[in-house]
Every structure is written in structure tokens, then in C-alpha cells.
Design a binder for this molecule. Sequence first.
Ligand SMILES: Cc1ncc(COP(=O)(O)O)c(C=O)c1O
Length: 381
Amino acid sequence: MRPTHAEIDLSAVSANVSLACRLAGRDTQVMAVVKADAYGHGAVPVSKAALEAGATWLGVAVPEEAVPLRAAGITSRILVLGPIAPDQADLVVALDLDQTVCDPSLAEAVDRVARARGRVISLHLKVDTGMHRVGIRPQQVQSVAERIAALRSVRLVGLMTHLAAAEAEDPAFAREQLARFAEAERGLAAAGVRVSVRHAANSAALIFLPEARLDLVRPGIMLYGCHPRGRQRHIEPLLKPALRLRTVISHIQQVARGDSVSYGRTFVAPRDLCVATLPVGYADGYGRLLSNQGHVLIRGLRVPIVGRVCMDMTMVDVTGVPDVRVGEEVVLIGRQGAEEITADDVAELQGTISYEVLCRIGPRVPRIYLPSSPAPPPEGF
Ligand SMILES: Cc1ncc(COP(=O)(O)O)c(C=O)c1O
């Protein structure tokens, strides 16, 4: 087992899913968004834990991500959240996925493949209410829905949109988007089409915008224990970080005052130092922008990175850690003793968000799963 690995606490995932279900309420289903290998946490174990904890749908970005889920015996509804190329329709049909469509030609392509295989595939029509990424305009919904309704091997079961800034302190734009979505719903009614699920809410909308909850919510980041508003809210006590990235010290050396450490000689020792080398680098997703900026935890102390993060190794100044040894545990993301480094802390230093930090943890880093235990119902939020 490589000493650099990510510990995934499935009971934290379960607790976060239970919280999402509780926020969603009795009449709203929860789709666990498990795209990008469950934001780096491992799609199969996370999906199983999420479904056991009350989620009834899974969301993936591309049909290929559903292959390991179906292979693992997961039979729940799985929605492909984005449009696909027509030749990916085979996989959608073979795996019996729900597919997002943004134009009638994709619906027709899925219909052709489904008909050839004697299947009927469920489609969700995506409406662009202000994100300007994918989707049809609300005014087009009636005519597109009429065209899709005429196809025999697909059925329109969902109407969906995506909110561009549900995490903003000011909910005005999200509310504008919901008003445009209501216009799309009227278009659907005018086409005589009834869908079973209308959905719009990501984690931020689920937490902050009750009116966005509709029939189904699509939380992602909160299921992994990160707050959609980022670092200033990382102490939110009810969200439980599910990932701990750890390694061990592989080498210790004394560095004399004036010596430099790592590539480019960006760090020069201001005095004699004790420097430890860690077997983790940017090839593992531990970003090079952390060079001379980030910290790690050793014996519950925050220890600074010195010099550039390399592809496979990183150096830290352990001068202040008493009796430090090779083999000692090092936490890069997560808690150790009373100290914690969150994915948001690491993200902020690199000018990014927790999402990117988590899903960039590479395939070279083994994931180890701590078992899920039944989560007690959370109190308040
Ligand atoms: C269409 C869609 N729905 C839901 C989500 C989940 O968002 P979040 O992780 O912010 O909860 C995403 C993620 O980007 C998405 O693209």
C-alpha cells in the first residue's frame, strides 16, 4: 500500500446525504451527484453509501461514468447531466440511463438507438435560464417538447435547469432564473407534456433557496462535506468532510543556512533547518501552486512547505517538530489532533475551489474506505 493515500469516510458521506434528504423534505427526491469519480472520492462506494442513506438518483457527467456503477450492480436511476455526442447514445441505451437533452436532434438520435434495441429511454429537457452553458431558451420549450413527445422510444420525464450563482449572498439572480424556469414549465404545459421531475437545485440552492427544491435536488459538493460558500463556512458543523489525504515522511535531512531547497532554488534556508521530504507531488493532484505557501499537519502541528512542490515529492520544514522521524504520519487535507486543513484551505491558496482540489487527487493515490455506519438524524442546520 502506497503511504500516500486518501481515506474516505463513508459514514461522513451518509451523514451528509441524510442532511440533504432532510433539507429536501418529504416530497423532494435527492440525486447524489457522483460525477468525476464522486468528486475524487470513488464513485462506486460513494454511490452505494448515498443510495443507502436516502438518495434515490445518481448524477454523472458522461455516460462512461455510469459503466462502473452498473457493473457494481447499482440499479437506481442515473442521469447523465450534460448533452452527449450522438454516438454515445448506444451506451445510454445499453445501461438504461436517463439522458439530458438540449435539442431535438439528440432526442432523435437516442430515440433511433432505443428503438433498434426495443427500449424506451427517459429524457430530461435542459432549459438555459441564465447559466449560458447548455440548454434551450424557455420560449423554445413548447416546440421542442412537442417534437420530443412525437418520438416513440424516448419519453420526456424531466425538465431541468442549472443555477449560476445559488451560493451568492444575494439570491436575486437565482430567483430570476427560477422565474424563467416557471416560464419553461408553462411552455411544457402548453405542449401538453407532463413530466415527473422538475429540478434545479445544486448544494447551494438546496441549502439557501427552499423555492428551488421542486421535485428533485442535485447536491454534489455538500455530500463530500464541503460548503458551497467555501472557506468562510468550513466550520459548518453539520457538514462532515469525507476525505483525508495523508502520507508519511520518507526522508529527513539537515539543511544549512543559505542552502536552497527544491527546483528553481525558490526557497533559501534563513537559518539551519530540519527538512522532511514527503512522497507526494503534483502528479498526485497536490498542486504546484502550494509551493512555499501550503502547510501540512505533523503531530498536530502546522508545518510549512518549503520550495517547489515537485511531481512526486514535497519538502516541509519540520524544525519546530520535536523528535520527528521517518515514517511519521503527515496530513495534507483533513484533521490531525486539534488542527485541520480543509479542501477549501488548500483551494484558496491556489486560487481555486474545493471541487477542483478534490477531483484532481489523481488515480495514483489509493482510496481507502472507512465503513459507513447508520447516521443519526441531524439536528437543525
Ligand atoms: C448540472 C449539475 N447539477 C448539479 C451539480 C452539483 O453541484 P454542487 O456540487 O455545487 O452541489 C452540478 C455540478 O457542477 C451540475 O453540473
